[in-house]
Design a protein around this ligand. Structure first.
Ligand code: HEC
Ligand code: HEC
Ligand code: HEC
Ligand code: HEC
Ligand code: HEC
Ligand code: HEC
Ligand code: HEC
Ligand code: HEC
Ligand code: HEC
Ligand code: HEC
Ligand code: HEC
Ligand code: HEC
Length: 262
């Protein structure tokens, strides 16, 4: 807020309907805030009921003069929201998002693109999009955020990999702003991997060996395509030096981690 006082004097404002006033007969009467409702009932009602913090501002602070005599009929937002005070106050087209009499009732659909305004308060998603390029990085934010603090479900635009997956599961592996970078926790059920890796899923579940009890993510931790080495869980040389020198690879004998030789 600029610390200026917004009290204004409509010294030459007029209280007339067009065509009824002649300077020779009537002295202009300054308009007061009470007058506005006589002719602009809707605006007064709007501000009172939906104005948020603008409710406390006088009509005259934003409408210092009145047509046809006044030219300064509508103040710029900048008058009170100084662009040097916040990156957000330096974006364009404030009114496209904030109807001035209902500043909290934002409508992103009227603004194209909304991205610069969003990034003025949320720089992080922009950085993620740059760091992890994907098709999503080319979208305007409002493709997915049609309202503030709202997000469109992934399943509105995509199919799930398997019908056991709900929308909540998607972010277990994909970041919305960088979906190609696939990372996950240790709570991913094996079915979410086997839906794409069917043969391996089947091999593991049919195996009679001990690995059969394990989830995929116990050996494939955190990041898609990563795999643990046998030695992370077993002795590096469980069978005696000679054998390991002759057969350096555990899988020479044990064949397949998903279907260990019996
Ligand atoms: C006697 C009726 C009357 C009163 C009282 C009145 N207005 Fe108006 N107002 C009008 C009319 C008629 C117009 C349309 C004038 C035009 O388009 O040239 C108008 C237009 C406006 C506009 C649009 C200006 C623009 O440039 O588009 C604003 C803002 C406005 N009034 C604000 C106010 C405020 C604030 C008050 C109270 C301080 C007020 N009016 C009091 C009749 C009135
Ligand atoms: C925070 C600033 C602000 C306040 C407070 C404010 N207005 Fe406005 N008003 C505006 C702006 C900006 C516009 C122009 C909207 C546009 O261009 O879409 C506007 C437009 C208008 C208009 C013309 C368009 C319309 O919506 O009919 C009228 C009339 C008006 N205001 C009356 C009022 C009255 C009466 C009050 C007090 C109850 C008031 N305004 C309070 C900023 C304000
Ligand atoms: C006459 C001064 C004045 C003008 C002009 C003005 N505002 Fe404000 N606005 C305020 C004040 C005072 C507040 C409350 C304190 C703050 O946030 O700075 C406020 C708050 C807001 C809020 C938060 C509302 C809430 O309820 O949380 C929004 C959004 C906003 N203004 C947008 C605008 C836009 C957009 C314009 C231009 C169309 C505008 N303002 C013009 C004075 C003004
Ligand atoms: C793309 C839409 C968009 C545009 C354009 C936009 N805003 Fe905002 N504005 C928002 C959103 C979203 C919020 C956050 C509201 C919340 O926290 O609920 C916000 C909050 C605000 C607030 C209250 C919080 C604060 O930081 O003070 C003010 C004041 C404000 N905007 C003023 C402006 C001004 C002035 C402009 C133009 C220079 C503008 N806005 C342009 C979307 C927009
Ligand atoms: C004026 C600053 C401001 C602007 C502009 C703004 N936001 Fe916000 N946004 C906030 C604040 C403050 C919160 C609540 C903070 C929190 O919950 O961590 C928030 C919360 C959110 C959330 C929910 C966060 C959560 O953790 O659930 C989303 C999503 C969001 N904003 C998206 C957007 C989008 C998209 C835009 C542009 C259309 C935008 N915001 C513009 C200030 C802003
Ligand atoms: C508004 C529609 C929409 C929403 C919502 C959406 N996406 Fe997308 N997404 C697309 C489009 C369009 C593409 C590009 C074409 C394609 O690959 O289908 C895409 C691409 C992708 C890609 C491939 C990225 C690339 O660069 O190849 C992944 C992964 C993805 N989305 C995951 C998700 C996830 C997870 C969510 C929810 C967090 C989600 N999407 C939400 C529309 C959407
Ligand atoms: C493909 C859809 C999509 C696009 C495009 C998108 N988002 Fe998001 N965003 C989401 C989803 C989904 C969430 C997670 C919401 C949840 O879990 O509630 C999210 C979360 C957020 C959050 C809160 C959590 C966080 O990660 O900080 C913010 C802020 C946010 N988005 C801002 C933006 C901004 C700014 C843009 C544009 C630069 C943008 N988003 C573009 C889908 C998207
Ligand atoms: C267990 C981790 C995981 C979960 C959970 C997951 N995905 Fe994926 N998703 C992947 C992997 C891995 C790829 C990459 C495949 C590739 O490289 O081709 C992928 C690729 C995608 C793609 C790119 C196109 C394609 O089909 O290959 C989209 C779109 C996608 N996922 C959407 C979703 C949606 C929507 C959800 C939630 C219903 C979801 N994903 C849940 C791991 C997951
Ligand atoms: C959406 C399908 C999809 C999902 C879900 C998926 N993957 Fe993959 N995965 C792929 C594709 C496609 C490749 C690449 C295959 C290639 O390069 O031949 C791949 C590659 C891999 C590789 C590396 C293959 C190599 O040649 O190095 C491993 C390991 C892997 N996935 C494990 C997993 C695990 C564990 C999960 C569950 C957390 C999972 N995948 C979920 C599609 C998927
Ligand atoms: C006991 C540990 C372990 C478990 C459990 C496990 N894997 Fe593996 N997986 C590995 C190791 C080790 C490799 C690397 C093998 C190599 O280097 O030849 C591998 C390789 C892979 C590959 C890439 C090589 C190939 O054969 O195509 C995929 C895909 C894969 N695993 C998927 C899965 C899936 C899906 C599951 C769960 C159904 C799973 N894994 C369970 C240890 C395991
Ligand atoms: C994430 C840990 C982990 C990794 C990585 C891992 N294993 Fe295992 N493995 C186990 C556990 C747990 C068992 C069952 C308890 C035990 O025997 O120690 C097991 C059992 C075995 C058994 C005995 C099977 C049975 O049914 O008695 C063999 C053989 C084996 N692992 C070989 C390997 C080989 C070869 C690799 C590398 C390709 C490997 N393991 C990678 C955890 C792992
Ligand atoms: C030359 C073949 C061969 C190689 C190479 C080999 N193993 Fe084995 N391993 C066997 C045989 C045969 C058994 C079963 C012996 C038994 O039941 O006593 C076995 C049993 C095991 C067992 C289960 C019994 C136990 O000792 O706990 C584990 C675990 C194991 N191997 C891990 C490994 C690892 C890790 C490597 C690689 C560093 C490896 N093996 C390399 C042949 C081999």
């Amino acid at each position: 807020m600029k610390k200026t006082s917004f009290i204004c004097f409509l010294s030459f404002a007029m209280l007339i309907l067009p065509g009824t006033w002649s300077s020779a007969e009537v002295q202009p009467v300054p308009l007061s805030e009470e007058d506005c409702s006589k002719c602009h009932e809707n605006a007064v009602k709007d501000l009172k009921e939906h104005g948020g913090l603008h409710t406390d501002i006088s009509c005259l602070d934003c409408h210092a003069e009145h047509p046809p005599l006044g030219k300064n009929t509508i103040s710029e937002c900048e008058l009170c929201h100084d662009s040097s005070e916040s990156e957000h106050y330096a974006v364009q087209e404030c009114k496209a998002c904030h109807p001035p009499h209902r500043p909290k009732e934002m409508d992103f659909s009227k603004m194209d693109p909304v991205k610069p305004a969003c990034l003025s308060c949320h720089p992080e998603p922009g950085k993620t999009m740059e760091a992890y390029p994907s098709e999503h990085a080319g979208f305007d934010c409002k493709e997915c955020h049609t309202g503030h603090r709202q997000a469109t479900a992934c399943l509105d635009c995509h199919d799930a990999h398997t019908k056991e997956m709900t929308d909540k599961n998607c972010q277990g592996c994909h970041k919305p702003h960088g979906p190609k970078e696939i990372t996950y926790g240790d709570d991913i059920p094996s079915g979410f991997c086997s839906c794409c890796h069917e043969e391996i899923g089947a091999a593991l579940s049919q195996s009679k060996m001990a690995h059969h009890e394990m989830n995929c993510v116990e050996c494939h931790q955190s990041e898609h395509k990563a795999a643990s080495q046998c030695a992370e869980c077993h002795d590096e040389k469980p069978h005696g030096t000679y054998m390991h020198e002759k057969y350096p690879n555990c899988l020479d004998c044990h064949k397949d981690p998903h279907a260990l030789a019996e």
